[in-house]
Design a protein around this ligand. Sequence first.
Ligand code: NAP
Length: 284
Amino acid sequence: MKILLFGKNGQLGWELNRTLMCLGELIALDYPELNFEKPKDVINIINQIKPDLIVNAAAYTNVDKAEEEPDKARLINAETPGEMARWCKKNNAVIIHYSTDYVFDGTKGSPYTEDDQPNPINIYGETKLAGEVAIQQSEAIHLILRTAWVYSMRGNNFVTKVLEWTQKSDVIKVVDDQISNPTWARALAEITADVIAMGIENIRSFFSIKGGLYHCAGSGYCTRYDWARLIVDKFHKERKTKIAPAKTNDFPTAARRPFCSALDCGKFSQVFKICLPRWDKIVI
Ligand SMILES: NC(=O)c1ccc[n+]([C@@H]2O[C@H](COP(=O)([O-])OP(=O)(O)OC[C@H]3O[C@@H](n4cnc5c(N)ncnc54)[C@H](OP(=O)(O)O)[C@@H]3O)[C@@H](O)[C@H]2O)c1
């Protein structure tokens, strides 16, 4: 099986580049050798490679900057993935794509299931939702995994930010009114590989039956404040950094964030019989 991975240098793509290697011939690409702002170039590359499976971990993920660059975010998160999915439909290939808890407005008050109506409150969420819809409308065989609060020791994420703040200050303020599921990039990459392995004998027929849209994030959920406490406990026990609870409104940002966008991942674990570890089992 020929697998084409996009976004190989991102948090998730970095991990996928390692885990997908075991499953077939893997070709992994990223910006700037390939630019999702140029969909025709992307399709030309796909045409040369002719993969059986595309795994798309590339995305415009800067939530605040997306407010200033909506067209760019839409091209990268929705239009190019849509073109890729249409290529898959024409060429009988499968596409795996990732989306976000930020497709929801965060007002439900309990974890969102796949049946809940998305209502994004920022441009990033809008463009990611448009990407999901473009893939679904292409009628390509697909697996879309909505995930949340992705972290690793690489890149710019909440874990690396908290560790950076603790270097600079003995007291850090963290919001206690945003709730979701911290998701370790490596575990998400591994579970993606596990699911592909389940269908490896006939990837097309497997995902025609089991594909679709799923929530797939760290089990359980917490506030950013709880998460920061866990990070400090794990990595900086000796420093005794104090964490003070704060509110989202204390930190004005360009993009609004949903308050409670936690995902219910029950459907994924029911169908595939596996789930991601609990958010508080940080093992990095
Ligand atoms: N991070 C989160 O908390 C989070 C939460 C929910 C869902 N997700 C979703 O999970 C997936 C993986 O996220 P991640 O955290 O691994 O993202 P990431 O670390 O930001 O990686 C995204 C990758 O896409 C690349 N990229 C950006 N612009 C591109 C372009 N024009 N053409 C081609 N590639 C481009 C980036 O390259 P450069 O670094 O060079 O720009 C980077 O390698 C995404 O679909 C994201 O929407 C993430």
